[in-house]
Design a protein around this ligand. Structure first.
Ligand SMILES: [Zn+2]
Ligand SMILES: [Zn+2]
Ligand SMILES: [Zn+2]
Length: 301
């Protein structure tokens, strides 16, 4: 997995100010009209409003179904015969180990409904074992490790310096601040995460490297909405992540920071967010909402 954007890649610090001369405030016509269409898509607002499919927590709304241990039957076949899928309307169905199925529904209530149907049906009850999947662990990120490091050195350094009983397995790595540097992401149980976060740095070989908690957050670099990636974006015209204008963030020449997500929220939903920050600013309420939402999907206990 190579996520298009991860929260911890952002190192930008924005100074907020309400004292921007009015001549510098963008007139509304310079703001990206195309972005308004995002209201029908999973946008940042929907995260705040907790009403769109993008807010569905795939962990909480998924149920794992397995054939009972002495059974040889195919679950799809059995389910086809007993529950019309239209009654349940799953969002996704995946085959999983043990001839099982991971069924993702729209809400936790629908998960409960499916569980109840299985329990109340004599045939299904004896043939199917259901299980709610446990949440994944949170993640940490080690920044800008030189590519010459041996891949085994990194988990070993974490293990020894933090007295772990076992080395953590890396989840993935991606380009750091230059082409010969990589950022490494590991999942770690919450207690280990908390202990590692105390120091925020790690010695590997003759280098000291920064680490912090990593948030798996999707934000589109094209339209700046949270909840989808640039690849998944359906818009034709970009919105700048710095000034909210109609251009790619990389082409921005504005010295003014203006958040398109807060702007649209104020315009369309009557909120009163302070706008003078970039869409990548961690203090943006939409960024904070995305982090909060992500946190509900991981095991922090
Ligand atoms: Zn987009
Ligand atoms: Zn711009
Ligand atoms: Zn904002």
């Amino acid at each position: 997995m190579e996520p298009s954007l991860m929260a911890n890649q952002l190192t930008e610090v924005t100074i907020h100010t309400n004292q921007i001369p009015s001549s510098q405030i963008l007139p509304p016509h310079t703001l990206p009209a195309n972005h308004y269409k995002l209201q029908q898509l999973p946008t940042s607002y929907s995260i705040l409003q907790n009403s769109s499919p993008s807010t569905r927590d795939p962990v909480n709304s998924t149920i794992l179904l397995y054939p009972a241990s002495d059974s040889n039957l195919s679950l799809p076949e059995l389910l086809n015969e007993t529950i019309p899928s239209n009654d349940i309307n799953p969002v996704n169905i995946k085959s999983i180990r043990g001839n099982g199925l991971a069924v993702t529904l729209h809400t936790e209530n629908e998960v409960d409904k499916l569980k109840l149907i299985i329990e109340e049906n004599v045939t299904l009850k004896s043939a199917i074992t259901s299980k709610i999947p446990s949440k994944r662990n949170p993640s940490i990120i080690l920044y800008n490790l030189p590519s010459f490091l041996n891949e085994d050195e990194i988990p070993q350094a974490l293990k020894f310096q933090h007295n772990l009983d076992f080395p953590l397995n890396p989840s993935f790595n991606f380009r750091g601040s230059s082409s010969n540097l990589r950022n490494w992401v590991f999942e770690a149980p919450a207690q280990i995460l908390n202990s590692i976060k105390q120091t925020n740095k790690i010695l590997i070989g003759w280098g000291m490297y920064r680490l912090s908690e990593f948030f798996h957050i999707k934000r589109c670099n094209f339209c700046q909405a949270f909840g989808h990636t640039t690849k998944e974006c359906t818009l034709q015209v970009p919105s700048c992540g710095t000034c909210a204008g109609h251009h790619l963030t990389s082409n921005c020449q504005s010295s003014l920071k203006y958040c398109v997500n807060c702007y649209e929220s104020n315009l369309y939903t009557g909120t009163d967010h302070q706008n003078y920050h970039s869409a990548k600013d961690r203090s943006c309420p939409f960024f904070q909402a995305a982090i909060q939402h992500y946190r509900t999907t991981r095991d922090y206990i």
